[in-house]
Design a protein around this ligand. Structure first.
Ligand code: 9MR
Length: 621
């Protein structure tokens, strides 16, 4: 059930017993864990439907006692029992340290609104958040999750006619004509600056901050383009011109591609002009950051790693009030390969839509790829003490494989094929994130029609089968048995994306079910009984670490469809640490504006949320 950001107290009533469920206060209060948890938005009629109930006591059960079975009901909005059953205890859920019960009510397929699941404890029922059953349960989420990227645009005003008065804001960082920081860095190393300026306007702000980072923008825009390729393949018209609320609607081009282009323009602008030589630190110099050794290299075609403020700004800080000086970080091989990969993909998706743009992308991609081969070990090093995220990466063979795979998929050229096949990551499929991108290459090879497609598809399905084996051991019935790190919700969504690819190519319904399980977790079936997506669910994220959506007297809350980073078992910000001492991994989260390590939002996280919502909606029966 999509709900407006509720305040106050919600009364839930099952079997005539009313229970107060106060809306999520700040800081988080743990008694919410005592209600059955489920996807608070709802379910497609033919989808599996699972709720999870955790016993309030800490596990294990008192010596000699077993946890007994529980009785549950599902009631409709008229308070009529439509399904009932009994569940044995699943046992201890390691991620939360509680004993849980799984309630499978998949048999209920009747569309409706305002259903609840109730669990009998003593004389009362504890009830879940209300939810819907309907075929179009993900329809608005796919558009809202995509709208995030319009909201995050730099250099243009965010206009009320597309987002409503509440979320509109003036233009910020309108003309970003900048050069590299320097000539010295904060440790005294002399880089020497860059003898040119670049106009790197446009693009999306990364997250709650106003930096623009090539490697994170890269995976995000790749995900959007991969979503476009999937939509095209299934004949999904959801993003045809005029379907999305953005200024480009009506320009005759697909609106999803319009959003993609807004970021691609920025990425292309980050490329070093021809004929430029720069001093760069080559090789792994992490142990001698105070005494970097520089080499003069032909940097033509490389990409600058980042573009951001000189100092971290205060929060809140609407972007148009940001007075910081902004500048370019030096080119890195990682950024260069991100540009090569995404520009090659851009050339593919814009072919036939805007051939001139496709050509521009292809030539940038080839140039970037050649530059990365020429300068394979220019690792990103921060030249400022703060002001932007690090996004450092000391392992680039995955980036090289991804870029080669994109160029091969777009051009079919033998040289790229040779590099793809020679890569140690050839056809690997693993968890992916901004710094680990080999699977993006394999997903593209599984998508595009080349002689490698069958083998890539096999690898994706094998990976899905391996991940699926994790579900049985998880109390929340999720294919996720790994640490909860910064941005864990995106780890969930990236896994869901891989399951979706596996479902597409294998036709196996079990993989769709696993994608649904992961989405259910993010939308409420979790130990915090919390939806990490703003505006979706009775208890949903409302206080992100975001400089504009500060949700205070003057600034708006997050718009609907924005996903928080989520539980982080090693939270590093003071607001989280103060509240989360000794937390179990799945509970290391606070809905607090200060908590950048659990409650920030980011382009690389909303992109897979968008992808999965679009897929679940676009493939519904
Ligand atoms: O998503 C990034 C995560 O993997 C890193 O551990 C973390 C610390 O370096 O940074 C995260 O990215 C943040 C970036 O550095 C700055 N903008 C906000 C990003 C999301 O929190």
């Amino acid at each position: 059930m999509k709900q407006a950001l509720l305040a106050g107290v919600v009364m839930a009533c099952v079997g005539g017993v009313a229970m107060a469920q106060p809306n999520l206060p700040r800081p988080y209060q743990h008694h919410y864990m005592e209600f059955p948890t489920l996807n608070q938005t709802g379910f497609q009629p033919d989808s599996p439907k699972i709720a999870v109930y955790a016993v309030p006591e800490d596990a294990p059960a008192p010596a000699g006692k077993a946890w007994s079975a529980i009785d549950w009901v599902v009631k409709d909005a008229a308070n009529t029992v439509v399904l009932s059953g009994r569940s044995e205890a699943f046992g201890l859920n390691a991620g939360s340290g509680k004993v849980v019960y799984q309630i499978d009510f998949s048999a209920l397929k009747t569309p409706g609104s305002g259903y609840v699941v109730g669990v009998k404890t003593g004389d009362i029922y504890k009830v879940s958040a209300p939810f819907d059953i309907r075929a179009d349960v993900y329809q608005s989420l796919k558009y809202d999750a995509l709208a995030f990227f319009y909201h995050q645009r730099a250099s243009v005003p965010i206009e009320a006619k597309y987002v409503g008065d509440r979320f509109a804001r003036p233009v910020a960082h309108e003309k970003e004509i900048v050069t590299c920081w320097g000539p010295k860095d904060h440790r005294g190393n002399r880089w020497g600056g860059c003898p040119y300026t670049l106009d790197v306007s446009k693009g999306w702000y990364d997250a709650g901050d106003h930096g623009k980072y090539v490697v994170n923008g890269g995976i995000a825009v790749w995900t959007l383009m991969n979503g476009y390729e999937g939509a095209q393949a299934r004949g999904d018209r959801s993003f045809d011109d005029g379907r999305v609320k953005i200024p480009e609607a009506g320009n005759g081009k697909n609106d999803l591609l319009d959003e993609v282009r807004f970021e691609m323009d920025f990425l292309l602008a980050m490329q070093v002009p021809d004929g430029q030589t720069l001093n760069l630190p080559l090789g792994d110099q992490r142990k001698s950051l105070d005494k970097l050794t520089f080499t003069r290299v032909d940097a033509s075609g490389m990409a600058h790693h980042k573009m951001h403020d000189e100092h971290w700004t205060a929060i809140p800080m609407p972007p148009h009030l940001d007075k910081e000086k902004r500048g370019l970080s030096y080119p890195s091989t990682a950024a260069t390969l991100n540009l090569a990969a995404t520009a090659a993909q851009c050339a593919r998706v814009f072919k036939g839509v805007d051939d001139a743009y496709a050509d521009r992308c292809l030539s940038a991609a080839k140039k970037a790829y050649a530059a990365a081969k020429r300068v394979p070990d220019a690792y990103a090093i921060d030249v400022l003490p703060g002001g932007g995220g690090g996004y450092g990466d000391g392992q680039l063979s995955d980036e090289l494989y991804w870029a080669a795979a994109e160029l091969y998929a777009t051009t079919g050229e033998a040289a790229y094929e040779k590099d793809v096949k020679a890569s140690p990551q050839y056809l690997t499929a693993t968890d992916f994130s901004w710094g680990k991108v080999d699977t993006l290459g394999t997903l593209t090879l599984a998508t595009v029609d080349t002689p490698l497609r069958a083998a890539a598809r096999k690898a994706i399905v094998a990976r899905a089968a391996a991940m699926r084996a994790e579900t049985a051991g998880q109390g929340y019935h999720i294919a996720f048995n790994k640490p909860y790190v910064w941005g864990s919700t995106a780890d969930f969504m990236n896994r869901a994306m891989l399951f979706a690819h596996a479902a597409d190519v294998s036709g196996e319904a079990v993989y769709r079910a696993e994608a649904v399980n992961l989405m259910d977790y993010v939308l409420g079936r979790n130990p915090l009984n919390f939806s990490y997506v703003s505006g979706y669910g009775e208890r949903a994220m409302q206080h992100p670490h975001h400089r504009f959506w500060a949700n205070d007297a003057t600034l708006p809350p997050p718009p609907p469809g924005v996903i928080a980073g989520g539980p982080n078992q090693n939270p590093s910000d003071p607001d989280a640490r103060a509240r989360l001492e000794g937390c179990a991994p799945q509970t290391c989260y606070v809905d607090h504006i200060g908590s950048y390590s659990t409650n920030e939002v980011a382009v690389n996280w909303n992109a897979p949320l968008f992808w999965v919502a679009a897929w679940l909606d676009g493939t519904r029966k």
